[in-house]
Design a protein around this ligand. Structure first.
Ligand SMILES: [Zn+2]
Ligand SMILES: [Zn+2]
Ligand SMILES: [Zn+2]
Length: 501
């Protein structure tokens, strides 16, 4: 398996954690000890209970069958069993190293701070522009933005509260002394670097409204607009009070935990699906369907993921801010409530009111905490500099004259990948094993935000496909302790053997 071990560690796509089957563990103090500050939790209690109920088996089967069919994932199927709930099985044989699944995210986002380092499509997360654009933009932002990076650095280190899904990849960039004009000419395409035409990237397409989001194509721009962004765009066409509310929400998320940005996308995803379903029903004159049943239908993709309240499922250790567990969990709940109020100020929709309850918001964030994978896309800038480094001596000397000043200025930053967090609908159905037969892993050719699962060993048709939610090389007791945080006791072969010893 040499090829699996050779790539740089950053290409590994990690799962934050876990599970499909987590019936008992509450991760600490339950809700009973904590009164909700949210009036909507009480006002919409019956609707919220329906939104958060485990979907009936038939409904889940239909959803996954349609998903697998529409994405043509015919190599796998979803399996249901009373003990472990959902799981994924192979519907054909796989050899070691085969790709089992390329899962398209349901919702995800680049970490806020990583946006300084990498310009990627806000919908599919491919790198955009050109090698020159990537290098020039990063060095330019570093040079003008010591204020930006100081602020974000403080926020990320200081108070990224309560999550493994918070932002990472701090811009350390050393201050460079390259003239601004040089950087600008890289950005606007007037200055080109040798051999960069071997690393072409898609042209940048701007959002129709704002200057924050960019895309690799018009189709990604349109899809993002229709799926999530039209309600979150804070551009000049957006009504000023709403724009300022959106800014406040984003600022709070950047200051605390950028997982809230992904939660906001989950909510706009549902509202926009609801509106679309409603239009279709009105068009077809089907007026018998209630608004709430349409909302249930719109919410379906998110209803499938295993969920707990965020403040109940974040792992707590005694060294967390030296506070006790109860105040830690209370702090997370308060934080989520503040974030939700800011989001409500920006995009509240009365027909979808139950989505704006703290109970639903907490469960959405908790679902990401338990299921999300790190979103990682390797940087073409690193590949470019490696290519230059590997040129034959006669060409290399010439090329390095042009590229060295930039490589020096970037330092280690030239290898920073796009980093974020995302929820993958099929991958999140995969169960855990400490001796998994598959893992999430980005190969060199995987240059977008898909979740890629590869076989670690030959897998036969009908075998269950398992991945590890934790570092499976840890000793038995540590593994079980970590998995307990995710809500179950592992009884895989490795655990059964080690338990006896
Ligand atoms: Zn794209
Ligand atoms: Zn926009
Ligand atoms: Zn195990």
């Amino acid at each position: 398996m040499a090829w699996i071990k050779t790539p740089k560690p950053r290409r590994r796509q990690r799962r934050h954690n876990q599970p499909q089957q987590a019936p008992t563990h509450t991760g600490g103090m339950g809700r009973s000890s904590r009164a909700s500050p949210c009036d909507m939790d009480r006002e919409f209690a019956p609707e919220i209970a329906q939104l958060l109920a485990t979907p009936p088996l038939q409904s889940a089967k239909k959803y996954y069958d349609e998903l697998i069919q529409s994405k043509k994932h015919d190599a796998i199927r979803v399996n249901y069993n009373s003990e472990h709930g959902k799981g994924i099985c192979a519907s054909k044989d796989f050899a070691e190293g085969d790709v089992i699944l390329k899962d398209q995210m349901l919702v995800g986002a680049q970490h806020s701070l990583n946006k300084i380092d990498c310009a990627v499509c806000s919908y599919c997360f491919r790198f955009i522009g050109s090698i020159e654009f990537q290098i020039g933009r990063r060095l330019y932002l570093q040079s003008i933005g010591s204020s930006i990076s100081c602020t974000t650095e403080r926020h990320c280190h200081g108070s990224d509260v309560g999550s493994s899904t918070g932002c990472s990849g701090v811009t350390k960039g050393k201050s460079n002394t390259l003239p601004q004009e040089v950087l600008e000419s890289l950005i606007n395409g007037d200055h080109s670097l040798p051999f960069s035409d071997l690393f072409t990237l898609p042209k940048v397409v701007a959002c129709r409204g704002c200057e924050e989001e960019h895309y690799c194509s018009q189709s990604c721009a349109d899809s993002d607009w229709e799926t999530y962004h039209s309600l979150l765009c804070a551009g000049s066409n957006t009504e000023p009070s709403r724009r300022s509310a959106l800014h406040k929400f984003v600022e709070h998320a950047n200051d605390t935990n950028d997982i809230f940005l992904v939660a906001a996308k989950a909510i706009t995803f549902t509202i926009l699906r609801y509106k679309k379903l409603k239009r279709q029903h009105e068009f077809q004159n089907k007026l018998d369907e209630s608004n709430f049943s349409l909302l249930m239908e719109a919410w379906k993709p998110l209803s499938m993921g295993f969920k707990k309240r965020w403040w109940d499922c974040v792992a707590w250790t005694e060294d967390v801010d030296s506070c006790d567990e109860d105040s830690f969990r209370q702090e997370l709940m308060d934080l989520a409530f503040t974030s939700l109020q800011l989001l409500k100020d920006a995009i509240y929709d009365a027909e979808c009111a139950p989505l704006f309850s703290l109970e639903v918001y907490g469960h959405i964030v908790g679902m990401f905490e338990l299921n999300n994978l790190d979103l990682v896309v390797a940087s073409p800038v690193e590949d470019y500099f490696m290519y230059i480094d590997e040129l034959p001596d006669n060409e290399k000397e010439e090329a390095e004259k042009a590229t060295m000043p930039f490589l020096d200025a970037l330092g280690d930053d030239c290898s920073i990948p796009c980093e974020g967090t995302a929820f993958f609908p099929l991958q999140s159905c995969m169960n855990h094993s400490c001796c998994p037969n598959a893992k999430a892993f980005k190969r060199d050719e995987d240059n977008d935000g898909h979740g890629v699962i590869i076989a670690l060993e030959p897998i036969s048709k009908d075998d269950e496909i398992t991945i590890s939610y934790i570092d499976e090389d840890l000793p038995y007791v540590e593994r079980q302790a970590l998995l307990a945080d995710y809500g179950f006791t592992c009884a895989c072969l490795k655990c059964q053997e080690e338990k006896l010893n």
